[in-house]
Design a protein around this ligand. Structure first.
Ligand code: NAD
Ligand code: ZN
Ligand code: ZN
Length: 389
């Protein structure tokens, strides 16, 4: 290995979980990770969470999710260490602890300058189809280009990301925990506090008690909501939801009437805020209808790309608001380090989301555990050198 200043120009050979085609298990392969190009950073991934969106893109490709090019390395909820930087990178150096971001924040575009949105579009068209700024990916396997999911690809021991899609975090942060801030926890927490703007003494219903839903409960609690009703078709999720702050839980499959009617009755007119953290159009309509007609707010965090939800116009005519959230409304580069601080200061839980830690070669078990409802978050450990503490 030769070093030329900060830019080390060699290809790294490492392990990655490759999705060769949709609806097939991932396979562990030796991949080659090219050096970072201009405004790119190569990082060693230490830990990555497995998010429902990874599962959907593999098993729901071409159905609820748009079809993205394969072969693909999935994974977008991770933390790692900068290995090397490409030309013109000024904000990162080898050794920095970082969280890669599927939502960029360039800091310069009209959207970055507006407080109204986190929707930066730097490199967007490219990262959405799995490539970086020059139209190619930095990962290859058996001589073939392998696409980078959302421009990240954290199911690989090394990856390369644009320098505007990377947050530098404090050096004492445990990477095997703060990886969850790369997606699920930030999304659910922000859905409640940034997008919903949940108020003190309000009532909330959270649909779906996976990592995103539990984080939404945590957000509702931090915001001072007095009544937080957890809703899930899997009763096994209720105990954890209560630990996170749910005051009560309901299973729609155990109700004789539609869940929205049950919630309207329970709250004498409807909840102030409903947060959909499932990704199902039917649940989205139910969430909207469970809010109080005069001022209820429904936030959609669940992710589907090709399906439509139905809204009876009369349901919004009286004053309900329907909103969506992407990455919890956080401006990514500046928001994530603050969330890391909140975790380090014990304002935010992370450890409690982690139900399993597995090596990369067990990644298909993580998908199976998510599908069966046996896990909240599985963290995949890609390195033995870095553990928390
Ligand atoms: P998860 O699979 O861990 O949890 C989903 C939960 O929903 C499970 O507990 C499941 O039992 C429950 N559920 C399923 N059907 C239900 C129904 N009909 N009624 C009530 N509950 C039901 O998933 P997750 O990782 O927490 O992600 C949740 C959703 O958020 C997914 O759609 C994911 O793609 C999406 N997501 C969105 C963003 C964003 O930026 N908006 C980011 C991350 C994840
Ligand atoms: Zn995710
Ligand atoms: Zn921008």
């Amino acid at each position: 290995f030769t070093s030329i200043g900060k830019c080390r120009k060699f290809v790294i050979k490492c392990k990655a979980a490759v999705a060769w085609e949709p609806r097939k298990p991932l396979s562990i392969e030796d991949v080659e990770v090219a050096p970072p190009k201009v405004h790119e950073v190569r990082i060693k991934i230490v830990a990555t969470g497995v998010c429902h969106t990874d599962l959907e893109y593999l098993y729901g490709a071409g159905k609820a999710m748009k079809f993205r090019p394969f072969p693909l390395v999935l994974g977008h909820e991770a933390a790692g260490i900068v290995e090397s930087v490409g030309p013109e990178v000024t904000k990162f150096s080898p050794g920095d602890k970082v969280i890669p971001l599927f939502l960029p924040q360039c800091g310069e575009c009209e959207r970055c300058r507006s407080p109204k949105t986190n929707q930066c579009r730097k490199n967007w068209a490219n990262t959405q189809v799995g490539v970086l700024a020059d139209g190619t990916s930095r990962i290859s396997c058996k001589g073939q280009q392998v696409y980078q999911f959302l421009g990240v690809s954290s199911f690989s021991q090394y990856t390369v990301v644009p320098d505007t899609s990377l947050a530098k975090i404090r050096s004492d942060a445990p990477l095997d925990k703060v990886c969850l801030l790369g997606c699920g926890v930030s999304t659910g927490y922000g859905a409640a506090i940034n997008t919903g703007k949940v108020e003190k003494d309000s009532s909330c219903a959270v649909f779906g008690l996976g990592a995103v839903g539990l984080a939404a409960i945590m957000g509702c609690k931090v915001a001072g909501a007095t009544r937080i009703i957890g809703v899930d078709i899997n009763t096994a999720k209720f105990e954890k939801a209560k630990e996170f702050g749910a005051s009560e839980c309901v299973n729609p499959n155990q109700c004789s009437r539609p869940i929205q009617e049950v919630l309207v009755d329970m709250t004498g007119g409807g909840v102030d805020y409903a947060l959909e953290c499932v990704g199902s159009p039917g649940v989205m309509s139910a969430a909207l209808e469970s809010t109080i007609d005069a001022w209820g707010t429904c936030v959609i965090a669940g992710w589907t790309e090709t399906e439509a939800m139905s809204v009876v116009v009369e349901k919004i005519l009286m004053g309900r608001t329907l909103k969506g959230t992407y990455f919890g409304g956080w401006k990514s580069v500046e928001g994530v380090p603050k969330l890391v601080d909140d975790y380090m200061n014990k304002k935010l839980k992370l450890d409690e989301f982690i139900t399993n830690i597995l090596p990369l070669d067990q990644i298909n078990v993580a998908f199976a555990d998510m599908t069966s409802g046996n896990s909240i978050r599985t963290v995949i450990s890609l390195s033995t050198e870095e553990t928390s503490g």
